[in-house]
Design a protein around this ligand. Structure first.
Ligand SMILES: *Cc1c(COP(=O)(O)O)cnc(C)c1O
Length: 498
């Protein structure tokens, strides 16, 4: 085989030491079945502390709201509920997420209800004193009606804005401003109606802040949105409303891969394969959105930028340090001058390095027409481990059962197939290079799957088992574990119950 095109994961402690506990991981899968999700709740708390440290470094007050939608687990939510009440809250996007957060120990005053909401979700949020992050003027009317009709206490609300002018484009007719379109939030241009509705409903809702969430990695675009929100908050104040918090949403991102060069090499090779100057890198020549048009690569690769020099708390730091495009001062300075609190809603980045997904190797066979390539069938399907669905390309780590066998230590290219009778059920459409050919009984560990990959798309097609999730914590040289639903944040790292 030519040079293996690895995309090796970035793995930090304690996830790195968990991966070395191979006997422990094998015994968990023996007992609980494949697939199996493993979470380290301690890491989510450490990540929250890192985000808070960035806010503090910029002298900003505020809160980290965990975007619950990234993971269904209870252990992560309960671990965060045990954190400082002033520093850590939760962002819930459905009635069930709200019920879950309450049951895990979050009180209403630490909860932010986001996304489009139905009446039941709005009522429970208002009833428990959560902050309602309003998606639209219609939602405001509905909430106001509920509060009046049921005699509820006045509700704290944020208004989510969207449609920020994001980039100047020089065209034949002069400079034009582009606005990113979103299905969510109220376009800034239409905010006038929202302001008058807020004034009209002052007796039942109090505007405590302004929010945005942009699904992009572009930091300039976010700085622009942040500044437009600060200006909008000035406008609110001029009208006698008093918003004091700016909620800048999530999207701080995760660096999945250890090595920038491996990422560069792989993406270059994909373009070459699409052009036909090298053999395909993917199942049946899939191009991840790229195509060959007369010898030129066209299209946009639908891939997550899996190697990122700055992500998570570092990305927040970059955003806060960046000069606001019009006012010129760093975003953090703008917030400070106005005495605004900063809320953030990280999902993916808050669960960075928090867990992994394990799959048993069921079967290994030659991949047919392709020489030296193998098809590895796993005890999991594409719904159980949906990094591919989110465009994240990253190699699994091979955890052999027992020691390596002689003569099998050659790097090899494999396709990873799932356990459904469905041609499309591939864990990834990419040819994955592994340091040796796996054998039935080995485990593959997909690392860093806690954000959107381990249970977001899980289903019960063909009545295949749903993955169980366990929470683990280091205990001496070993690990202790329990089912995710049985985890409560009561044990100290020494292993004694506090
Ligand atoms: C999904 C979402 C988030 C979290 O986004 P990440 O990219 O996971 O950080 C935060 N806020 C809102 C409103 C969302 O919809």
């Amino acid at each position: 085989m030519d040079v293996p095109l690895y995309l090796r994961p970035r793995v930090e402690p304690p996830l790195a030491s968990l991966l070395r506990a191979q006997t422990f991981l094998h015994s968990l899968v023996d007992a609980l079945g494949s697939p199996l999700n493993v979470l380290i709740p301690e890491v989510v708390a450490e990540n929250a502390a890192r985000f808070r440290a960035v806010q503090r470094r910029h002298h900003l007050a505020g809160r980290v709201y965990y975007a619950h939608k990234a993971n269904r687990s209870s252990s992560l939510v309960r671990r965060l509920a045990a954190e400082d009440v002033a520093a850590v809250g939760i962002d819930v996007a459905s009635l069930e997420e709200l019920r879950h957060a309450l049951g895990c120990g979050f009180t209403g005053d630490r909860i932010m209800a986001t996304g489009p909401k139905d009446a039941e979700f709005l009522w429970l949020a208002a009833r428990v004193g959560a902050t309602v992050n309003l998606d639209s003027p219609g939602e405001l009317e509905q909430l106001a009606g509920l509060v009046r009709g049921h005699g509820l206490a006045r509700v704290d609300v944020l208004v989510r804005l969207s449609g920020f002018e994001s980039a100047a484009v020089q065209g034949g007719t002069g400079t034009r401003l582009l606005a990113r379109r979103s299905r969510f939030g109220t376009p800034v241009r239409e905010a006038e109606a929202l302001l008058s509705a807020l004034e009209r409903h002052r007796d039942v809702v109090e505007l405590t802040g302004v929010a945005y969430h942009l699904d992009t990695t572009g930091v300039e675009e976010k700085a622009r949105a942040l500044e437009q929100c600060v200006l909008f908050m000035d406008e609110c104040r001029a009208r006698g409303l008093a918003p004091r918090a700016l909620d800048i949403g999530g999207g701080f991102g995760v660096g999945y891969l250890a090595d920038a060069e491996e990422w560069e090499r792989w993406t270059t090779a994909l373009s070459e394969a699409v052009l036909g100057v090298r053999p395909p890198l993917t199942w049946r020549g899939h191009g991840y959105g790229l195509r060959n048009e007369g010898g030129t690569v066209r299209g946009n690769a639908a891939l997550y930028p899996a190697h990122r020099p700055t992500a998570g708390p570092g990305y927040l730091d970059e955003l806060l340090s960046m000069p606001a495009p019009v006012l010129g001062r760093p975003s953090a300075t703008l917030l400070l001058e106005h005495l605004h609190d900063l809320y953030i809603e990280p999902g993916r980045s808050l669960v960075d390095q928090c867990g992994l997904s394990l799959a048993r190797v069921l079967d290994v066979r030659p991949a047919g027409e392709e020489p030296d390539r193998y098809l590895v069938r796993l005890g999991m399907n594409a719904g159980d481990m949906s990094l591919e669905e989110h465009g994240v390309l990253m190699d699994p780590v091979l955890l052999p059962r027992g020691g390596p066998a002689d003569g099998e230590e050659e790097p090899v290219g494999v396709f990873l197939a799932g356990n459904l009778c469905l041609e499309a059920d591939l864990i990834t459409r990419r040819l994955v290079h592994l340091p040796r050919l796996p054998r039935a009984g080995d485990l593959l560990a997909f690392t860093n799957t806690a954000g959107y990959a381990m249970d977001f798309h899980a289903h019960r097609a063909q009545r295949q088992p749903l993955a169980r999730t366990v929470a683990v914590e280091p205990e001496g040289d070993s690990w202790r574990w329990c089912l995710d639903e049985d985890y409560w944040p009561l044990t100290s790292p020494g292993g004694t119950t506090a």
